[in-house]
Design a protein around this ligand. Structure first.
Ligand code: NAI
Ligand code: MG
Length: 354
């Protein structure tokens, strides 16, 4: 079996954690008898911008071709390029052009990772956040009027389409169906946002009726965020609109410990376009170039990518290896109170797959 993978390191610690992700992917591929055909791309980073005045070549889509997935590090180097330019010129292009309408993040408390919530043990927190990634509150419809006068006003519309809402809900219910608890929690705010959010609720109810085995509930976003902190054990699959999902998908991983281990997928479930897998963290200029970064966020993203490609056992093996390494204090990186460097941690995970 062959999979074509586009590899983009990006900036900062992206250049340090991607090689560890690849090291582990190659070990998993050897073990399970498949091949990853890698095409590395030297764009979507800020040095490229410094040379060319843009983040990617005009023909970036041709350059990337039609890989099965994109394995991405992190982009951003604010000393050279303002963050909104580096992000819009690269990552957000992929999300839009490739219709990666699902943003998927696991929230799982692992043994060996200090939990910021007191009294929580590994196993207590284990759920997924599913964020709508293309429409909703993040629309381009709106504007400013009467600037600089007393009548100055701004407005920005929320756009929800039936197709857009239904497809993210379907993804969430499908995911819940694969899990033991089979529970979907929907983020809403239909008490205050009285047009779009009641519509969202209606579509949740309609989708739920096609999944008799899956139970569901809903919370207003305010109490939902409180419950992430107070009762994280009650969640299984949490689905939200673009804005609510954005907040929950940062809060969730934060509740389960360091940002250094959190992965994410930007997914086009139909496979019409490549999906992109990347750690939640950014390029971490404060520690870049010093072999200090935790590579596990990138390596866990590799496991999500293999799972997406159908290599379920290889993905599960990587997760097992991550868990083993996290249990050993001498193999943890500095953000987890250890002294291991990036490569030591990455090699230890790869060695377990040999
Ligand atoms: P950041 O995630 O890069 O760093 C936040 C803090 O977490 C820093 O103290 C950093 O040292 C630490 N950290 C992050 N990843 C770590 C790892 N693997 N191991 C150990 N410690 C780690 O976020 P920040 O500082 O807000 O942004 C830095 C740059 O990254 C900006 O240019 C920003 O735009 C970009 N960024 C890019 C993202 C992406 O490519 N998807 C996501 C978030 C930020
Ligand atoms: Mg965010």
């Amino acid at each position: 079996r062959f999979y074509d993978i586009a590899v983009i390191e990006g900036d900062g610690i992206g250049k340090e954690v991607i090689p560890e992700g690849i090291r582990v992917l190659e070990a998993a591929a050897r073990r399970h008898g498949f091949t990853l055909r890698q095409k590395w791309h030297d764009f979507a980073h800020c040095d490229y911008y410094a040379r060319h005045g843009r983040m990617m070549p005009e023909n970036w889509k041709e350059e990337i071709g039609k890989p099965a997935a994109i394995f991405f590090g992190a982009v951003g180097w604010p000393d050279i390029v303002p963050d909104h330019i580096s992000l819009w010129g690269s990552l957000l292009q992929f999300r839009r052009e490739y219709d990666q309408y699902v943003n998927l993040r696991p929230v799982r408390l692992m043994d060996g990772v200090p939990c910021p919530l007191s009294g929580r043990r590994p196993g207590d927190i284990d759920f997924w956040v599913v964020r709508e990634n293309t429409e909703g509150e993040y629309s381009a419809i709106g504007g400013r009027m009467f600037e600089g006068t007393e009548r100055e006003m701004v407005m920005q519309e929320t756009v929800m389409t039936r197709k857009g809402v239904d497809r993210i809900l379907k993804f969430a219910f499908d995911l819940a169906q694969t899990r033991p608890r089979k529970l979907v929690t929907s983020a809403t705010k239909s008490n205050g946002i009285a047009i779009t959010m009641p519509y969202w609720d209606e579509r949740v109810e309609a989708m739920a009726s096609s999944y008799p085995e899956v139970s569901w509930n809903k919370f207003h976003i305010d109490i939902l965020t409180a419950n992430f902190v107070l009762k994280p054990q009650i969640f299984d699959v949490v689905v939200g609109s673009n804005l609510f999902g954005d907040i929950l998908s940062d809060l969730g991983p934060a509740c389960a410990g360091t940002i250094g281990i959190a992965p994410s997928g930007n997914i086009n479930p139909e496979g019409e376009h490549p999906s992109l897998f990347e750690p939640v963290h950014g390029s971490a200029p404060d520690i870049a170039g010093r072999n200090l970064a935790n590579p596990i966020g990138q390596i866990w993203s590799a496991a999500m990518m293999l799972d997406h490609l159908g290599e379920k056992q290889a993905a599960a093996d990587i997760m097992g290896a991550i868990e083993m390494v996290l249990k050993q204090p001498s193999l943890r990186t500095r953000d987890l109170g250890g002294a291991a460097d990036t490569q030591t941690c990455g090699k230890a995970i790869a060695d377990l797959l040999a």
